[in-house]
Ligand binder design. Sequence first.
Ligand code: ADP
Ligand code: MG
Length: 560
Amino acid sequence: MTTETFEFQVEARQLLQLMIHSVYSNKDVFLRELVSNASDALDKLRLEKLRDDSLDADVSDLHIEIDVDKNARTLTVRDNGIGMSYDEVGQLIGTIANSGTARFLKELREAQDGAGAEGLIGQFGVGFYSGFMVADEVTLVTRRAGESQGTRWTSRGESTYTLEKVDAPQGTSVTLHLKPADPENQLHDYTSPWTIREIVKRYSDFITWPIRMVPEKGDGEDAPEPETLNSMKALWARSRDEVSDDEYHELYKHISHDWREPLETIRLQAEGTFEYQALLFVPSHAPHDLFTRDFKRGVQLYVKRVFIMDDCEALLPPYLRFVKGVVDAQDLSLNVSREILQQDRHIRMMQRRLTKKVLSTVKEIKTKDADRYATFWREFGTVLKEGLVTDSENRDAILAVASFATTHAEDEPTTLAQYVERMKDGQEDIYYITGESRQSIENSPHMEAFRDKGIEVLLLTDAVDEVWVDAVGEYEGKKLRSVAKGEIDLDGEKDEKAGGEREKQAEEYAGLLGWMREQLDEDIKEVRLSARLTVSPACVVSDAHDLTPALENMYRAMGQ
Ligand code: ADP
Ligand code: MG
């Protein structure tokens, strides 16, 4: 058979370099990544076989095997799952499919400290490459279930890898040729069964497939039984006091491909006619692609402990797309499809309940822990606000946890409730201004009169703000009013004298206004005298109902 040599994609090469010169201090996690991939491959095979019984694959003893060879200094993680075809190996292992990678690498270079870099790496699922933290050569042998030809991929993590067609058993085995031992550091001797057992226990105990350690070969005697290292217990089915926070966090890392701890863990056990368990996580950081069209939203769906699908979007509304986790339903068909889920009455009820649970948890965080709430809102406030537009049922619950920058305080955002409490005597409306950045809108001419009179204005800088203020309209009977739209009459002065004065001025300036209108004809509708300015000579206002270009972006982000 011929061996072909290929170049890694540029981004892939950069990531490999990072792995080799390991920015990540805890190298043990390479094993978690390989086990995680093996587990995914077993899930996929079981599912494919379920959907297509004629698939020529053996699913009788699906498992993961770890095999260490002290003398050769190799460690192999093997699964008999879905495997990969020759082309798939090239695509999946030789490149990085994520479009955000270039931006990621840039940020990574900018992240000075190791901790920042660790977090960034986690977000981009460089799982397989993490093997190069501990190995100087990696070989992967795989055969896709149902195909007859296997493939061997091998690389030293430099600029190239090779592919070769070989005979291989169904599934995938990844063999790491370990870097020379560090005599100073016995704890991280990956040829030691003790070390492996510890790492699997710590990071992969909940994996629902058996992870077996291949026993060391005796001298011609009967081979000892392989040892299963993990308990395989589904964490969502166990009671809260049986499971440690660490265990929850490891599950989070497995399903989210994030290497950091989650901000919050949410459990829900629904009993009754439609029984299900949910274990949801709020990440501590928003992923980079949260506002892109192809962001994979939704949580994992299991049916009676069997993995059914990733990114099940029917379970949570789009504005909670950052939530990760698992939902395990008892009474769904294993063959359930996305289309069926979208229409299923039970699923809709489940979505409502999960949504309320997430929102009430956020409220709890807000009441109990100001710092954690601040983190939450910084990371996810923008996306949550989409719910103000799209989910009228939960509008109040979202408003209750929403906070906004305000002229009242430099760095402390306010809730609408707090704003209302501070409203001046006679002030009837809640004022806001929208724009690109706090700085640009704070210095906007529209603000002059408000500043003069000491009236608080909310400073809204997200694209979505333009929409929800219109959709929501009012809060506790107080209208939400833009300081930049329509006529604003701060003194409520309707008296003759002021009106007469204005008219007189208008006459006086008619010539100037007419000239301006002519000059700006292409760009404006009207020029008028204004009472809203105190220092600036002129400002641009829009009609009360005009929309802005920022909106278009938001609708796109919301997939509408
Ligand atoms: P991720 O798991 O986040 O997708 P990885 O770098 O860990 O990223 O893996 C890249 C891809 O390679 C996986 O998505 C999967 O398609 C494929 N892959 C990796 N390991 C295996 C395996 N053991 N069996 C089948 N496919 C695998
Ligand atoms: Mg992976």
